[in-house]
Design a protein around this ligand. Sequence first.
Ligand code: SF4
Length: 756
Amino acid sequence: MAFDIEMIKKVYENVVERVDAAKSLTGKHLTLAEKILYSHLWDGTPAKTFTRGADYVDFAPDRIACQDATAQMALLQFMQAGKEKVAVPTTVHCDHLIQAKVGASQDLQSALNTSNEVFNFLESVSNKYGIGFWKPGAGIIHQVVLENYAFPGGMMIGTDSHTVNAGGLGMVAIGVGGADAVDVMAGMPWELKFPKLIGVKLTGKLSGWTAPKDVILKVAEILTVKGGTGAIVEYFGPGATAMSCTGKGTICNMGAEIGATTSTFGYDASMERYLRATDRADVADAANAVKDYLTADPEVYANPEQYFDQVIEINLSELNPLLNGPFTPDLSTSAGKEMTEKANANDWPLQVEWGLIGSCTNSSYEDLSRASSIAQQALDKGLAAKAEFGINPGSEKVRYTADRDGILNVFEKLDAKIFTNACGPCIGQWARYEDPKNAPKNSIIHSFNRNFAKRADGNPNTHAFVASPELVAAITIAGRLDFNPMTDTLVNNNGEEVMLDEPTGWELPPNGFEVKDDGYLAPEADGSGVVVTVDPSSERLELLTPFTPIGSEIKGAKLLIKAHGKCTTDHISMAGPWLRYRGHLDNISNNCLIGAVNAYNMKTNFVKSQIDGEYDAVPKTQRAYKAAGIKSIVVGDHNYGEGSSREHAAMEPRHLGVVAVLVKSFARIHETNLKKQGMLGLTFVNESDYDLIQEDDTFNFLDLDAFAPGKPLTIEAVHADGSKDIIMANHTYNAGQIEWYNEGSALNLIKKQNNA
Ligand code: SF4
């Protein structure tokens, strides 16, 4: 069974009762985000109100989704919790471990050859513990979730930052670390700081070359990569309802790129159409029966300033097609002349080498059909693609239907490579170069969400720009980054100047979706007889041993690294080839912080050891500290740990013996992950104290024995010359989270409570 209609009906019963209760408690009209939050309280019917941005609240999500890279560690942890079955409907999706190289069938086979051990492990754990399993090639997690599980008014969590994609179908869907997912799988509440609310009013209408992707690229420009931190973004207005459901998914998907907790849209006719087209008429009927509860009260959208903490208005009729990048998703440039100027000023290569369409952000039927309308024009008008073209369909359902409808064939006639229904180039699984580190400077354009250095192909010199699928298609054909399809001509095979017309396409397949084998495996009703084996000599998988509590005394800790500038989870625990070790904590720890820039020499993976004064790799230096019984801390800049939800970025330093991470500010998920693993995640009370930290510093925590909610910690930094500075550090640990620290990890506490 793809989804559980009875569970959804139960949610809708709760929504009515709990939203009414919340409205009478708060005495005001509610946004959609508040309705979903208040109807998913762990304690049931609301008995009190919560302060946004302040109160930690326990929630009861309806679903969990995990992808293959993060599921390994999540399931290894869940296995330690001593439960027979997952407490909440859960699915595992095999999408990250499949390289894009030759084309779908060969690439899929080679993934099966190289990662079968992991896929088999995930399949058997899923089978044993009642988890739905989506095989390699079935599709990208968030597209499959949107097609099968997302429902208006629901709450889900997922072990991937782009879980937020399901906001396109009116959910509050949030990316979490595997440790959070394990809590919920084990029947525990899921805790979140009650988010602030940002309202985005969309007026006007998308037309011509603008697409939903341009809306979120514009929002990213306005809010930057930090602007959504701690907030749910709720979109509304005539521009929102005029947009397709999968277009809404695109916008919510890239909410992760502005740091937002999640994004969502109220239930509307586009969602109903999508539900019916994906065989969920019963969900649409159930949603229609409570539809006023699945969107904000009309008064909220009429006077948004009264209800949201921040309101942004975008007139879609005035929006231009945008390209965001390189190296950050919030740097927007309009297609055409503005790009020519910026590229020349910044020395960005104007020639485009590759255009890639796909990823969970833009791989729907609508995306492929609109991009193919541009590709078809190239064929009709005698144009060849000047750049290489790669396509990753979002799911087998989309691929099969697009193939049936001739869409993929149009791309193939332009010599496009059709890769597997999987993440592929979006997560560094792109076998583009033999030696990516020494590959040449170049530009690519893609419809993905992230464009950090090395993200797609491992080449630090690749300038990746993010755009809508239709603009990617046009620029791939033109081969130039500054091509503006609205004004520029191209010269065809006959030497004639031709223009590309505006894209056209179908929101949903006119002849319906179709698929032969969607790649889903239901679990055994009784999985108690299923045996899960992990080879002790495996280099990919390793059973976990519980972390030992750090304790209330930290004295003589050394500085491992002071990270300069951006330090994302990719910098802390790189993806690409390291994906292979996601289920083996000790092996993957060899990538710990190797991408972080050392503030003292501006080099990566080159830090000074305070044992012998020599410079060496970060993991090697830290392993030496651990072997010598020396504790260490990491210091960082703003928004430390932004990017993905992977808890490896917390588990690795923890495994290697780092006891605290002290930064100017954290990305939310990473801060929680540090707490879950029983370490200290702290922020400078005075940001300028970052400058006081010196390379040879030793740290003494003076009042850790009085660790308490709301009480800053005092750290003494002893410099090499014997002078000292007192550094005050804030933290956001509540009493329960301090228990995680005291027990060594959240998982240790779950086990202890299970056994009590
Ligand atoms: Fe996969 Fe990329 Fe989406 Fe992550 S962002 S789920 S890697 S397609």
